[in-house]
Structure formats: C-alpha cells, structure tokens
Ligand binder design. Sequence first.
Ligand code: ADP
Ligand code: MG
Length: 712
Amino acid sequence: MRKWKWMRFSFSTPDPATGTVSLKTPVSKLRGVGPRVEDKLKRLGIERLGDMLFHLPHRYSDRTRLTPIGRIEAGTEVLIEGTIELAQVKFGRRRSLLVRLSDNTGAILLRFFHFSKSQQAGLEAGNRLRCFGSVRAGPQMLEIIHPEYQRLEGDDSPPLADTLTPIYPATEGVNQPLLRRIASAALDCVTRKPELLPDYLPAELLQRLDYPDLLQALQTVHQPPADADTAALEAGTHPAQQRLAFEELLAFHLSQRRQRHQQQQRPAPPLTRHSDLLTRFFAQLPFTPTGAQQRVIGEIETDLANAYPMLRLLQGDVGSGKTVVAAAAALLAIDSGWQVAIMAPTELLAEQHFRNLCGWLEALDCTPVLLTGRLKRADRDQALQAIETGAASVVIGTHALFQETVAFHRLGLVIIDEQHRFGVHQRLALLEKGVAEDMSPHQLIMTATPIPRTLAMSLHADLDVSIIDELPPGRQPVNTVVLAESRRDDLIERISAACREGRQVYWVCPLIEESDTFDYQAATETSELLTEQLPGVRVGLIHGRLKAGDKAAVMDAFKAGDIDLLVATTVIEVGVDVPNASLMIIENAERMGLAQLHQLRGRVGRGSRRSDCVLLYRAPLGDLARARLEVMRTSEDGFVIAERDLALRGPGELMGTRQTGLPSLRIADFGRDQQLIPLLHGAAEQLSRHNPDKIDALIARWQHASQGYSQV
Ligand code: ADP
Ligand code: MG
C-alpha cells in the first residue's frame, strides 16, 4: 500500500527503553523535526513533548466513509476516490493547477495554488486518487482547494479509518500527521508514568460532574477509541472534552483572581479632583456625554479615589464613545499630579487617539505626547525625555510604550484600548513601568467587542466591569443588505453612483486561508480590478504588509477625501474613524465571524449621512451562514449580536474567535460551554481553601507557551 502523500515524512520517537524520552524531551529530539519545523512548532507553543498533551484538537474529521462524488455538498468535508480526467495549469490572476476528478457518479475540481514539479507529474490524467478536504462552490463547479490526497494503484482501495481523525490547530509547514505523532509519543509517556500528569481537579468535583480523570480525557480527545460517541465528540460535548473545557475555564478564572490579588498587594495613588479640570473638560466638549458615559465615569472616579489599584474592564459597543471616558479618567490622574499611559494596538489607532485628545485637552493646557515605533529619532528622544521628567502627563502609544528605554516619572494610570489585541505579558510589562514610590498604577481596560453581559459578569467574577449600553444620540442606522456575489455588476454601478455623490467607500477583502500572503494578494488583485471597473474613481489600497508610515499615509489620504474607495484587508477593523465614509462592502462575509463583521461595519454610520453596508456572499449559503448573515442584517446592537453569535455558533467553529474579545481558549467554547461558567466560582473557592498549592500549577498548565492567551 502506498503511503498518504503527507505521510512521507519519516518520524520515530527516541527509544523509551533507554529512558531518553520524557514529557520534557524537546520535540527537536524527534527524528524528522529539524530546526525549521522546530521553529514553527514553537510558534504553536509546542517545544517539549509535554506541551502537546494540551495542544488539543479543535475539531475532528470523519474519514470513516467514502462519499460518492455526485453526492457531495458545498460546505462539507469529504473523503472521495476517483480518476483524474484532466489536469492543467491555469495562468490567471493566480497560477494554479486544476485537476478534474470523477467517479461514476460525478466530477469535482481540485485546485492547487502551490505545487511542485513532481507533484504535478503525479497528478496526470488517468491516475486514481483518494482525497480529503472541504468542498466549496467554485466558479464552474464544486471544488476542493489543496486537498490532502493519496495516489491509488490500479483498483486498490486501502482500508478506511475506523475512528474520527483529530485536527489540531496548525500552521504552514506543520502538518497534521506530524502533530498526531507527537501527541502519540506524549501520550505514551504519560500512559507509562501516570504520575507525570497530576490531576488538579478535586476528586469530589469530578465525581459530581461525572467527568473522567485527566489521563483518560486526554487519551479520548487525542485518540478517540473506535467505540467513542462520535456525535458527542464532533459536537464537543463528550465528557472528556467537557472535563478539559472546565479545567481550562477554571484556570482562566483562577489566573484572574491571582492577578487581581497580586496587583492589590501594592498601594495605589488615590486619583481625585483637585481643581475644576474635569468640569472645564466637559464644558468644552462639543457634545454632552450620554447617561451611560456619565455613569461609567462615575464608577471609575469612585475606584480611582481608593488607595489600592483599580482593575476595571470597560465594555462598550463600537462607537459608544469609550475614548471620552478614557480622557475623563486621564484628567483625574493629571489633576492629582500623576501620569497616564494610553496604549492602543495599532499606530493608526494611537495616532487617532492622539489627535482626539490634543483637541480636547488643548484648552486645558495639557499637551499629550505620542510614542510609536515610527517616530523620528529626534522626536522620539524628545518624547522619552518628557516622559521621564514628567513634563508629559498624557502619553499615548503602541507597544513602543513598554520598551526598555521608556521610563515614566510617576505613572498613576494605565489605559488599554482594544484589550483583546494585547497579550497579558504586554499589559503586565506596561504595568511594571508604573511602579514608582512602591505604588502600583490603576488600570482601565477597554474593549469594543462586547460579550453577553451575564457571561462577562461570571467569567470575570473578580474583575470590575463597566458597561456603556447606550450610543450617542443622532446616530444614523446602517442599512445592511446581503447580496450574492453574482450580483457584483449591479454593485459596481452603485459604488460608481455613490462616489459621484461624494460618498466614500470601504471595500473589505476577507482573510483567505488564514494566511497574510494570500490576504495581501487578494486585496491587491481586488484593487486592480476595481480600478479597471470604476474609471474616475480614486482607489486606494491598505493591507497589513504596508509599512506603518505608508499605512498612515493611505489613511490620511482617505480621511482628507483624496481617495474615494479604499480597498482594505481586515486591518481597518479596529477603531478607525472616518465619518465621511458611508458605504462599506464586505466580501465573503459568510466566512467572517459576527463579532468581526460588527467591528468592520462600525467603521460606517459615524457621520450625519445615511450609511450602507453590503455583505457579499458566495452562493450557495448553508443554513447556519444564512442565519448568521440574517443576524447582521437585522441587528446593529453588539450585545445582541454577541448573544446570537454564541447561540448560533456551531460545534468546533473557530471563525472569528480571535475577534470576540474573549480569551482565546484551546478547548472551551463560550457558547457551547456556557453552563460551566456558573460553576467556576465554587470550584475556585474550593481549590483556594483546600488545595491552594495546586493553583499555580493548574494555571501554568493551561497558559504554558500560549502567546495567544490574551486574557483580561
Ligand atoms: P468607541 O467606543 O468605538 O471607541 P469613540 O470613542 O471612537 O467610540 O467615539 C465614536 C464617535 O462618537 C467619536 O467621533 C466621538 O467623538 C463621538 N462621541 C462620543 N461620545 C459622544 C456623545 N456623548 N455624543 C455625541 N458624540 C459622541
Ligand atoms: Mg475606540
């Protein structure tokens, strides 16, 4: 039998008999893991064998049966066998190898964007293949992009898998078989020596919830036995998965408690009104704060007056006006003689805050300082000096803020915008800058991506949460339409008309296959195409590959009205404020998470004119995708959207989790596992009382090497 093509890779674990392998064995010791693969594994958080135990499959694929090609549906994953009818390289906008595969029931197209000569040679007409992949509707027929495949000899049909195949979070250059083998080696270790894998959950709790022990749970999720409940595993509701999800949520909860506890060990400077600064600030604002803004500012003011550090999460929908709240908090610090640092995730956003605050604070004799990576040397030195001497009372910046060369004179308050974009380490690094006179700064953490209120309250049980649940008055609703891509021509007409009326337009290209290379290619191609199709319209392009300076130049031109249509990748999703832009087109909207769509759409509807958002989708739409787009069409309330999103979220679905404002978890799912959240507080109490020594280890187990764990 020929091996699967992707199994060519040779691999064996060090000999267990010689005792050379343990959970601490670096993965590089495994044959076949060279420095390049090692590096990529490291990015996944897998450096030692033991790391793989908690690198959990995020879903499963079912390769236990073959699907006749004629019965394939778009949006499903299939295992198929067939004969190649035709193979050709197409030189279009993107070179690709197209292979038409058929059996006696139908035909499907396999599409490869990357292929070697030898691969091409193996894919010639007449050859038989077995393939696995997810099916989508292509321009002409159903197709699978980059299927996993295996050549079959003659009429050969090798045996099928008899259990579900785990699919791990992976990255380019790290394939699934490799991950499966590392998992297998790690499981071997702990099966031989279960004492290497202590169970931190109280036995009484496991019994009450009817959960398996840790080893058993890990075995089940990594290597589902043939008799395992397949439906439950696919849905993520198997007791083995639930147990791990619970443990992960508990670790998150405990780490928050610990953080808060540690932070409160040191005193903080009480920040209160010493003059009429705040009154003057409100008096010169061009608008009156909403009731919700006033309430939240009140909550913050009460906290800041304490001699211990505030740790408050401020949630508010896109456009609800969190920046004013941040400014008010900043003024309390200034009025008390302390400095404020405001950290934003992108230079675009930092500059925008800087401009806003300069406008608001100018009349109050307070000039903010901007610190980003792209300042010129002299400006940077000047900014650093102002920060160090205390001349700068408000410092706005990006990651540049917590670099070594930055020393604050007296940092009393740290404000973090779009918290979900930062890792916890970055936030702590900034906090460390604030330790002056043995004091700890107060913290205000802002997030625009709301999660359901009840969930937020119990998840962040030990954090104070303020919510802005009201939009400023006079907002124009955004008229959202859902449109099939086949009607693109009508849309072009509409854009052309809109631009003639002086409206500005965003055209958002989707994230393709989670690769920024494709992302950038697609955006470039789209902008070329639109330039061609829309003569007279000034088209601009912005994507993640541009240098920060170039990005800002494009945004400035758009803001100034020198660009009519801005083609963008999802880089514009956070915070960007261009009130004159009133039309947004989002391509492949069916592939994006609702939270992300909501964020994107929040870029329009900021000015006085009516705004429109067009969600383009590629037919055919599955039921779930249809329901999700319907939510977007009918609601503009971020809290409602978040709730519906959780309710609709399918098992194992990863779409948009990065954008939800929730910590990125490995196995727990805030929608599916909601019922576990109310149990966390009790379990945390129980551990603190009876086994406090286990808490650090439990947190470390779930946090280890996971850069993406951006919890509050
Ligand atoms: P977000 O919460 O998304 O960060 P911003 O702070 O950027 O929102 O505010 C969005 C826009 O609304 C800004 O242009 C801001 O000046 C304006 N704004 C904020 N509060 C009010 C208010 N109470 N009345 C009118 N406009 C407001
Ligand atoms: Mg904002």
